[in-house]
Design a protein around this ligand. Structure first.
Ligand code: ACM
Length: 468
């Protein structure tokens, strides 16, 4: 048994262990069996659910606390997992997988603190192909995340084909992009793990790749855009007063909305440093309306709140406190009071591209160095004083890739910090304790190694890496 991460809400162990799980029956048995490495009869029925070593999966509305809640009972005959929805059943199976081959006798009742638990991958600065993204999804799913935010466009690359605007992929994504079929594969794999994909097109700054493909999106006289390889931000902009640009946004949003089953579409809005406040506000409000007109809910980085409290439905708070953002903080609070929902991604806690410490070879440290205790030991509800109760819908850990080019490099930044963020987003604040987490995460290194994943053996944890 490895330590359970994220920590369940309620556990009651009776002493002793149950039989090794041998087969799975019931709702979603095939997926569950695959995750547990077990046999299934393949028909999803329960002919002998009482047999020793059987894992039985049962949908039952009475479990309560929403579709992600589950109850796991481990007895001398086997394990029963009950949930109000398929996502809850899968969470229970994930927990059982962490309990190992001899599950302790007892009971777990569990449900997430936040409804939105996300990871963001920047596939623009460096491109990551479909198998690499699927591998990242598997890691998110193992720790009960339920949203994948893909940062699909930036100065350095445009990574999603848009049928009506072919030059975006040909020029803006020449070194890698997803076709519509690729994107559907990502969405389908995520959906199989009950993970919702949130695609992002970053506007009106961070747009050099689009300008390279379609120079007429630029402010007149600012043409001549070349493929971009430096890391500076805030240099590019589309012409926020041009109807051509709104027609472009409408086309992109229409196609992306049609490819995306989830409710959210992210429109960026960050670091538009060369655009005046009024032009920015007018532009972002109209972009928000375009997203709504195509049946999706607009989400954006926190500067979008400066454009007015109802510019977007979901505001992603990224600005670390004290980074010159007092006006943004006020605007975020006003948006939250006006009904916008907040996803907390403060750069000094959960930007997982930040270095762990001075010895970390990869990553950057403009916001902070984020050791494992820093990623773990904070409360999303306390980060910005004055946030109204219920305004925060969740937590997301972005992974920007200016310095990261391979899956192993991604994994070294994600592990062990991603599981820490998983617990921040899932487990009740009053039950979380750094020393307890450090003890529970110690056994996960062996599991990561067994999965072929790279990770960083940070010094704050007594890693249990002995070969069993
Ligand atoms: C951001 O880090 N510019 C959202």
């Amino acid at each position: 048994m490895t330590g359970l991460i994220p920590r369940p809400v309620h556990t009651a162990w009776a002493g002793g262990t149950g039989p090794r799980p041998r087969r799975v029956v019931g709702e979603g048995a095939e997926t569950a069996a695959r995750l547990l490495g077990l046999d299934t009869d393949g028909r999803g029925v329960a002919p002998d659910a009482g047999a020793s070593g059987c894992v039985e999966l049962r949908l039952d509305d009475r479990v309560g606390a929403g579709p992600e809640a589950y109850r796991l009972v481990s007895g001398t005959d086997g394990v029963t997992i009950t949930a109000g929805g398929p996502a809850g059943l899968l969470h229970g199976v994930r927990t059982l997988a962490q309990l190992g081959e001899a599950p302790p006798l007892g009971e777990i009742r569990d449900a997430p603190r936040y409804a939105y638990r996300g990871g963001m991958l920047d596939v623009s600065r460096h491109f990551f192909d479909v198998p690499q993204v699927l591998c990242y999804i598997d890691l998110l799913a193992a720790y009960k995340f339920n949203h994948l935010h893909l940062h699909l466009s930036d100065d350095q690359g445009w990574r999603i084909a848009v049928g009506a605007l072919p030059r975006l992929a040909e020029m803006g994504g020449a070194d890698g992009h997803y076709s519509a079929a690729d994107f559907r594969r990502i969405v389908a794999h995520a959906a199989a793990h009950h993970i919702t994909v949130v695609p992002e097109i970053d506007l009106p700054g961070h747009t050099n790749a689009a300008l390279t493909a379609y120079p007429d999106l630029a402010v007149p006289g600012e043409s001549g855009h070349l493929p971009y390889t430096v890391q500076e931000v805030g240099l590019s902009r589309v012409d926020t007063g041009s109807e051509r640009v709104f027609a472009f946004v409408d086309t992109v949003v229409r196609e992306l909305a049609a490819l995306t089953p989830g409710p959210l579409l992210h429109v960026g809005g960050d670091e538009a440093l060369r655009i005046g406040a009024e032009d920015y506000a007018r532009f972002m409000r109209r972009v928000g309306d375009i997203v709504r007109a195509h049946g999706k809910r607009p989400m954006a980085w926190d500067e979008a709140a400066l454009a007015g409290p109802d510019t977007v439905d979901v505001v992603q708070v990224w600005r670390p406190r004290g980074h010159g953002g007092a006006a943004v903080e006020e605007a975020v609070l006003a948006a939250a009071r006006g009904g916008a929902r907040l996803v907390m991604s403060p750069a000094d806690r959960v930007y997982l591209d930040m270095k762990y410490d001075g010895d970390t070879p990869l990553g950057t440290d403009w916001a902070a160095r984020i050791g494992l205790p820093d990623a773990y030991d904070w409360d999303p509800a306390g980060y910005l004083p004055g946030i109204p109760d219920g305004a925060i819908v969740g937590v997301e850990a972005p992974l920007w890739t200016e310095t990261l080019t391979t899956s192993a490099e991604l994994q070294r930044m994600l592990l062990p910090r991603l599981p820490a963020v998983a617990e921040v987003a899932w487990s009740p604040q009053q039950d979380r304790d750094w020393d307890d987490f450090a003890r529970r995460v110690a056994g996960h290194g062996r599991w990561w190694t067994g999965q072929g994943l790279a990770w960083t053996p940070v010094g704050e944890v007594a890693w249990d890496t002995a070969v069993s």
